[in-house]
Design a protein around this ligand. Structure first.
Ligand SMILES: Nc1ncnc2c1ncn2[C@@H]1O[C@H](COP(=O)(O)OP(=O)(O)OP(=O)(O)O)[C@@H](O)[C@H]1O
Ligand SMILES: [Mg+2]
Length: 297
């Protein structure tokens, strides 16, 4: 069974896709894991980082995106999830000098349309909006789960909004990674997604759940060497679980967004952030082990 890691935050531009792809590279190269990235955002940034513009266009033309899979299934075509998975994506070399064995289900601009169509279809069968919404989310959830065979870790890169795909990802995830920028607006966004993940009504209810038992963990990103940023991280840590590792604002992280056709080592790709990537990987690896142990008990 794969470990599902969703990377989510209802706020845009906090580094969700950056962290999702960074973890894919690190878990594959440093951790030797078989990693799949599922791009659930119709902006398709994770796909662009891992395939480049040309590669993503080719996947679209070949009908090998997440929406193609969903449409084929709805049309009753006997679609096999494996056929929609692009292998050996990204521009990082693995231990043997070959491209790191990272797989990707490419994102699609049509993912929102398909969720709308699913909703309408379900709405014909029930007048209760909550039932309809639950059914659509459940359908998306079972579709996401179909990809888990063959992989140790499935990383779900979520959109900033609350699409059914995002809600399904939050439900499916063994752990949700919530990147945030240390500012006041981000703090509110972390509160909102935490309530959703833990299914609690307000912060008073949320804080009754011990930090170690929460299904999400936050990671501070874009951190400047500035007391204000450190104080904000401290403040958020009082209410939410926050990783010890934080990601500073680094050129190496900003540049990792650009797909370069030729593979290079993970350290070369992340440049001045190579050590941050290793540290993040170590902490995530320990967290995954601890979560799996709790689940097995
Ligand atoms: N630690 C960092 N240092 C420098 N640049 C960063 C860092 N983290 C993210 N960025 C840059 O910030 C921008 C936004 O990051 P990213 O697209 O990963 O955010 P996102 O949360 O996925 O956004 P969206 O909500 O639009 O999907 C990108 O240009 C990325 O390169
Ligand atoms: Mg993104």
């Amino acid at each position: 069974m794969a470990f599902f890691l969703a990377v989510a935050n209802r706020k845009g531009g906090v580094g969700k896709s950056t962290v999702a792809v960074m973890l894919a590279h690190a878990l594959s190269v440093h951790g030797g894991k078989r990693v799949l990235v599922l791009d659930l955002d119709s902006q398709c940034n994770a796909s662009l980082i891992l395939l480049g513009g040309q590669g993503w266009n080719e996947a679209r033309k070949a009908g090998k995106t997440i929406s193609d899979y969903f449409y084929d299934l709805f049309d009753g075509i006997p679609a096999n999830a494996r056929d929609y998975v692009a292998k050996n994506v990204g521009d990082v070399t693995g231990a043997n000098g070959k491209p790191a064995p990272i797989s990707l289900v490419p994102g699609s601009l049509l993912l929102e349309d398909i969720q709308g169509e699913l909703y309408l279809k379900q709405a014909n069968q029930s007048n209760n909006p909550e039932t309809v919404a639950n059914r659509v989310r459940g359908r998306m959830e079972s579709l996401i789960r179909r990809f888990e065979g063959d992989f140790d870790v499935v990383i779900l890169d979520c959109p900033p909004g609350l699409s059914f795909a995002a809600l399904a990802a939050l439900k499916t995830a063994d752990k949700v990674i919530v990147p945030f920028r240390p500012d006041y607006v981000s703090q509110l966004a972390v509160d909102r997604i935490a309530l959703l993940i833990e299914d609690t009504r307000n912060l008073d209810d949320l804080i009754t759940i011990p930090l170690a038992e929460r299904r999400y963990v936050c990671v501070a990103n874009y951190v400047r060497d500035d007391n204000k940023d450190y104080m904000m991280i401290e403040e958020i840590s009082l209410v939410h679980p926050v990783l010890d590792t934080f990601l500073p604002q680094r050129n190496g992280i900003a540049n990792s967004f650009d797909f370069i056709g030729q593979s290079r080592s993970i350290d070369a790709k992340y440049g001045d952030a190579a050590a941050d990537v290793k540290e993040l990987h170590g902490e995530i690896q320990r967290m995954m082990q601890a979560t799996t142990k709790v689940a097995v008990q």
